[in-house]
Design a protein around this ligand. Sequence first.
Ligand code: CA
Length: 225
Amino acid sequence: MHALIVEDEAKAATFLFKGLTENGWTVDIASDGRAALAFLREISYEIVLLDVLLPGCDGWSVIRQMRAAGVTTPVIFLTARDSLGERIRGLDSGADDYLVKPFAFSELMARIHAILRRGREVSPTTFRIADLELDLLRHKVSRQNQAIDLTPKEFALLALLARTPNEVVGRKVIAKEVWNMDTSADSNLVDVAIRRLRLKLDHPFPTPLIHSVYGMGYVLGERIG
Ligand code: CA
């Protein structure tokens, strides 16, 4: 799951970044509207957290431009109480929800989950591959009904592979999506993480689900070929 935070105050951005990454999200931060639009052109996010008062082009302008460009990613507006006008109350701006600062992180997560649940038909939040079950919202993984404990990064890695079962996901894509890193071809970051994930996900069970495709990347599925 990939989120974009659009926030010019470093302290607020750090608060959101920390909370989301601890929950297994991959996060980009844009500190103004122009940077946000550049990110939105490149990357497809599950959620955008958009501060209303930004230097240069403000939150209203960002959402207008992204919707005009056909980007349908859900947006949660983050606003100070004194800038909470009629417009935001009616959510007629194209935002999916809004939160008044200051807010508890748990409140934000609840809103994000509610929005993702609404969009479940378009983008599933639970996956079943052979005896593996993965619930993105509850952050739960099991095989043969036995719960498997994963770190947030391991969970993000598994969720990425689960979105396209039986298809190869390249190392570079994995590094970018899970760690937000541009890796060189010889980096073993992804391979090390896959090895750890296999120890928990595949080793205790008779059928391995994670397969390597030499020189390309990794596949999640019952068997390949
Ligand atoms: Ca601001």
